[in-house]
Design a binder for this molecule. Structure first.
Ligand SMILES: CC(C)(COP(=O)(O)OP(=O)(O)OC[C@H]1O[C@@H](n2cnc3c(N)ncnc32)[C@H](O)[C@@H]1OP(=O)(O)O)[C@@H](O)C(=O)NCCC(=O)NCCS
Length: 160
């Protein structure tokens, strides 16, 4: 498995992975837009399927906003979860954020998304606020937790 910064040519694969993980999956055009912005940065984990072909198995997308790095989304292929890929993706995003001089990670996560909350809290994120009834979900609404962490946090589990 190799990790690298994503480019525009990865947009279709990122859309495929995102749509497999979220009901309102983002299109290839959406990812092309994010990746075209200088503020956007993404890391993708790829697996070779032949000597010439590869597929994406996990990715994360960040956005520079002032001194902040916003984690817009992160996803691992369903069949490859709980194998450390999410943590490796975040670690690589964190290094990219540090190289851009960003200071603080901020993200929103649904209160009932326990795998994601587990990833973030084990990576050093702490809750800074709650956005009530933020996400539409199953005919109702669920709160968003707003989590934050220092970029390049010493001692955080950000290893690649
Ligand atoms: C969240 C997500 C990206 C995690 O990816 P992953 O590759 O499975 O994560 P990792 O294997 O690196 O797990 C890192 C840590 O996260 C936590 N974690 C991951 N999956 C978990 C689960 N199902 N339950 C509880 N904690 C979990 C654990 O602390 C884990 O460390 P450990 O395995 O040493 O205990 C993945 O579950 C996913 O794609 N979910 C759907 C998309 C999504 O909800 N994205 C987040 C939007 S805010």
């Amino acid at each position: 498995m190799s990790l690298r910064l994503a480019t525009l040519t990865d947009a279709a694969e990122l859309s495929r992975l995102h749509s497999a993980s979220f009901e309102d999956g983002w299109s290839e055009a959406d990812f092309r837009t994010w990746l075209s912005r200088t503020e956007g940065f993404a890391v993708v984990a790829c697996r070779a399927v032949s000597s010439r072909e590869w597929e994406a198995v996990a990715f994360g997308l960040g956005l520079a906003a002032g001194d902040d790095a916003e984690l817009l989304t992160i996803a691992t292929d369903q069949g490859r979860r709980r194998a450390g890929l999410g943590r490796r993706i975040f670690g690589a995003l964190d290094r990219e954020a540090a190289s851009r001089g960003l200071k603080r990670w901020v993200l929103e996560v649904a209160r009932n998304n326990l795998p994601a909350i587990g990833l973030y809290k084990s990576s050093g994120f702490v809750e800074i606020s709650v956005r009530k009834a933020y996400y539409p979900q199953g005919g109702g609404r669920v709160d968003a937790l707003v989590l934050s962490r220092t970029v390049g946090l010493a001692g955080g589990q950000v290893g690649a």
